[in-house]
Structures are given as C-alpha cells and as structure tokens.
Design a protein around this ligand. Sequence first.
Ligand SMILES: NC(=O)c1ccc[n+]([C@@H]2O[C@H](COP(=O)([O-])OP(=O)(O)OC[C@H]3O[C@@H](n4cnc5c(N)ncnc54)[C@H](O)[C@@H]3O)[C@@H](O)[C@H]2O)c1
Length: 377
Amino acid sequence: MTKELGVGIIGCGNISTTYFSLSPLFKGLKVLACADINVQAAKQRAEEYGVKAQTIDELLANDEIDVVVNLTIPDAHYPVSKAALEAGKHVYSEKPLVLSLEQGEELRRIAKEKGLSVGCAPDTFLGGAHQLARKFVDDGGIGRITSGACYVMGPGMEMWHPNPDFFFLPGGGPILDMGPYYIANLINLIGPVKRVAGLTSMASETRTITSQPRNGEIIPVKTPTTIQALLEFVSGATVTLTASWDVWSHRHANMELYGTDGSLYVPDPNFFGGTVEASGRDKDIKALGAWDHPFGKFNQESPNGPRANYRTAGLADMAMALIEGRDARCSLDRTLHGVDIMTSILKSGAEGRFVDLTTTCTQPAALGIEEAQALLK
Ligand SMILES: NC(=O)c1ccc[n+]([C@@H]2O[C@H](COP(=O)([O-])OP(=O)(O)OC[C@H]3O[C@@H](n4cnc5c(N)ncnc54)[C@H](O)[C@@H]3O)[C@@H](O)[C@H]2O)c1
C-alpha cells in the first residue's frame, strides 16, 4: 500500500477550512481535490488551498482519490458516503455519521462487500486533555467508574448561524449535533453502552432568528430541544447526559465521572485541550500534572484565547490504520454505536420506555504521546 492516501473533500462550507488547513500537519494524507453541490464554494476553496475543484461525479471517478472526506450537512451524509463507497473510495465523515441505524448498517454492508473503510468525527477525544483523562482512568486513578454526569446546554443556534433551520428539524437537535462529542469521549473512557432511557421536550414550537441576514424570521421546531438521558454501560457504570438548547445559563460542568476511589473532571469534549482535574478519597480536587501530548499544544488563537485544535487527527489515524493494517480509532463500529445511542435516546423519549442497544463496539486504543507524535509529519 502507498504511504500517502489521496483525499477528496466533498462539502466546502464552514468546517472545510479546518480540514484544508490542518491536514498538512499529518502524515499519510494529501488533499488533492474538492467538490460541492454549490460549484462556486468548491472553486473558492480550491483556489484558497491550491487543490483541484471538480464536480462530485468527477471527484468520485478520480483514480488519485483513495478517501472521500464528507463535510456536507447531516442530511446529506448518508447519500454522499454511500455514493463514495459505491465508487470504491474509503470514507471519513463529519458527525453525525448518519441519521439512523439502518443507514449506518447499509454503509457497513457496502464497505464490507467492497473491502473499504468508513471512519467518522468527532476526533476531539484524541486530544491531549482527553487522552490524559484516559491514561488516568486506565492507570486506576479513580478506581472503577461507577457513574457520571454530562451537560451540554445553551440557548440555541438561531442567534449566530445564518441558516439555523436544520438544527430544529428531525436529524438536528442538541443530541445529534453536540451529543457525538460527549458519547465518543464516554466510549473512550468507559466503553460501550448497554441500554438507554430519555425524557425529551421542547420549550417552544417555534424559534425567532436573531442572526443576520434573516433577523426576525420565525422558524418551526420539529425535534426535541431538551433531552435528559440515562446511559447504562456494559461495564455497569451509569451516566446521565443532558443536552439542551433551552437553557440561558447554568453552573454544571461538562463531564464528571465518579469512581470507587475518586472523581474525574473532564474538560469540554468539543475541544482537544483543557484542564483535567481529579480527586481521591480525600476529596481534594487538583489539576492532573501537564503532560507533553502533541494534541494538547496550543496551535491556534480563538476569541477565548489560545487553543489546541487538531481536527483531522481522526482522519490521519484512519489513513495510517489503512497503511499499517490496524484498527482506526474513529471507526465505523464506534461511531455507529454512537448513532445507536443517540437515536435510541430519542426513541425512548418518544415511546416512554428503556431501549436496549443492538450495536456494540470496543474501546478505542489509547493515543499516548508517542502514538500521537507518529501521526504528525
Ligand atoms: N461548522 C463547524 O464548526 C462544525 C464543527 C464540527 C462539525 N461540523 C459538522 O460538519 C458538517 C458541515 O458543517 P458546516 O458548518 O461546514 O456546514 P455548511 O453548511 O457551512 O457547509 C456544508 C456544505 O456542504 C454542501 N452540500 C450540502 N449538501 C451537499 C451534497 N448533497 N453534496 C455536496 N455538497 C453538499 C453545501 O453546499 C455546503 O457548502 C456538519 O455535519 C456539521 O455537524 C461543523
């Protein structure tokens, strides 16, 4: 197998700039072409980043492309990933992989039949902070994890996104939009989930856009905007996860995990960095000592100060996994288990009962300092 995979990006919107600008940090990847249903968007990115703009059909027929990176909107993830697999390309998708378990099973069937791989974001659990948390758990820092609590809550998306409609339609909502970061990190730290329950609600049947250019326009809400979920892990741990766009302010931490010997405070799973804190039985909460993990180093300025952003690490890990013949950390099985968890929570809310999951997965291999360094050029 070659030592570098040709990458074609489909979907040249907001997040595509992150993939174009960060992929050159990593081994095993060479972005060659891009496409979008909006031809102008593809042309613009092609010009900015020195790659070839193609139509979607041209990109899928391009022999130099080994992996299609699917950065389209959630509703288009399934058809675009399916077309890429059918064209003989490996696929790496932005989250959520698909909107239903059935769509994911179909991707798995085609990939298996054609001997191809499918991977999916989020890859933030590969960040220095989350891998430090993982090492602490693996080393027995808090004993056996027995329970935990996760909160991802805010007032919504209609105050910043120019076209927020899709966030409030089926396939959107806070659990499918933000849940993947939390669930991928819980699978990283605790492993697979056995069954879930959810209570789902919405504060309002409409929302008023306050961003430009549609300020004042009223849009419908057709999916729950507050989800209170219970997750029972195969390990026996039980975790609550609340995801809401109906909350103006709160004082809950992003993720706390409680073990037989202490507690672990995990920073925002939407980011690679942050401070990991823990206490033992003495209840003395302290930051874990910094470690020199490559994916925790500041490499960007943001409105909140310097930050570590290594999005694309999951794609690079998948490329190296293909080259080296090993398991990719952001694998189809893990991400589809995440989809099963999220859609089952929504199903539980609609039906008023616990839902047993039909999928499972293994914990991804930890990504220590050396393994992360090996992904970088
Ligand atoms: N924007 C972010 O900060 C961010 C962060 C993490 C993940 N994501 C995820 O990345 C994905 C894309 O988000 P975004 O913010 O870049 O959206 P966006 O709307 O800015 O861009 C999506 C692009 O996909 C194109 N597109 C839509 N349907 C298509 C199709 N069928 N074929 C080809 N192109 C198509 C659109 O024309 C658009 O250019 C979403 O799944 C989102 O959840 C976004």
